[in-house]
Design a binder for this molecule. Structure first.
Ligand code: PHE
Length: 342
């Protein structure tokens, strides 16, 4: 019987050597060391042996079981190692491969233009003033010479929040707030950039939200020619050194006189093209001398002080300068659009 068992031992050793995965090893362990294995059966059979045979036989079986157990352990460790090796190889990262590029964003075109204008005016001694987007009717309209029920309120369709508060329709209320707060500053020169909101139907040139920059100067000897010189500089900074400007009479409740300002067309240089609709001129902003009523309400003596103001739509400048075909492009944050202006 012992020879038979030695043969099984040899067979088991061979199989363990060949085993290539952990499942196979598990099966082998059950087969050779489990309750139904030949060695366990042999232990049972020992009862029938003589007293003299039994100890030697028992020792041998135990030794065989111990040997197999060690072999199985070793095989298991080896297979586990091999599995890890294989994983390391198949999941290896080639650190010499070029990486995926991190694509840089771009400053939004509207922000770029706001910064260009800010730089120009800060260089001329203006300070930048900001104010709330949810504004009091008082500052957005009343103190700008637009009392309740004034028909000119229709020029700026508004989003009201309550009777007395609304989303500001222009950045002019910032000027009112600044005038009220800075009476001692002479000359008083500010620009007010920011978002404004109007209840307009959306289309290629209208959006319910857009950006504006307004400027205000109050001093003792301010005239329309100061305004014109300032606007000429602005036009040339934004649209090129060759630009000319012209003023046409217009109406705003907060300025008197009021003007609409055109620049000579930057595409055809005034010859007439599709952009300027053949006229050679493009309307760019509204401006004027601060209405005496506005000065008085802000606490200035209009006999002594004058001021000029203008307001420019930033998206409109961007559309004209960069031939953007739809104002809504500025608000959808399509990076393919934004990156073009890096
Ligand atoms: N606040 C005016 C608007 O939004 C623009 C403007 C500002 C006109 C200053 C004249 C003077 O329509």
């Amino acid at each position: 019987m012992i020879q038979q068992l030695e043969a099984i031992l040899e067979e088991a050793k061979a199989k363990i050597r060949q085993a290539s995965d952990l499942n196979e090893l598990g099966d082998l362990k059950a087969l050779y060391l489990g309750k139904k294995s030949a060695f366990s059966a042999a232990m049972q059979d020992m009862r029938m042996m003589s007293e003299s045979e039994r100890p030697l036989f028992g020792q041998r079986i135990n030794a065989i079981k111990a040997e197999l157990s060690t072999l199985l352990e070793q095989a298991k460790t080896q297979i586990e190692k091999a599995v890890i090796e294989q994983k390391l190889q198949s999941e290896a990262v080639d650190i010499t491969l070029p990486g995926k590029p991190i694509r840089l964003g771009a400053t939004h075109l509207v922000t770029q233009i706001i910064e260009e204008i800010e730089n120009l005016f800060v260089g001329m001694g203006y300070t930048i003033e900001e104010g709330p987007e949810v504004e009091l009717d008082k500052y957005n309209f009343e103190m700008l010479n637009l009392p309740k029920d004034h028909p000119a309120r229709d020029m700026q369709d508004s989003f009201y929040i309550t009777e007395e508060t609304l989303l500001r329709t222009h950045t002019s209320p910032v000027q009112v707030r600044a005038m009220l707060a800075n009476h001692n500053q002479r000359p008083f020169k500010i620009i007010c950039p920011g978002k404004v909101y109007r209840n307009d139907d959306e289309d290629k040139t209208h959006s319910h939200q857009f950006s504006q920059i307004e400027a205000l100067v109050v001093d003792e000897n301010t005239s329309l020619s100061d305004l014109k010189g300032t606007l000429l500089l602005l036009a040339r900074t934004l649209f090129g050194e060759e630009r000319q400007i012209r003023m046409r009479p217009s109406f705003f409740p907060f300025t008197e006189p009021s003007v609409e300002v055109d620049i000579s067309c930057h595409r055809c240089n005034g010859a007439g093209c599709s952009l300027c609709k053949g006229t050679g001129w493009i309307e760019i902003l509204g401006a004027g001398m601060v209405n005496n009523a506005v000065l008085s309400m802000a606490g200035y003596d209009p006999e002594k002080y004058q001021g000029f103001a203008f307001g420019v739509g930033v998206e409109r400048v961007a559309i004209l300068r960069h031939a953007v075909d739809d104002i809504r492009q500025f608000f959808v944050n399509d990076m393919r659009f934004n990156r073009q202006f890096r």
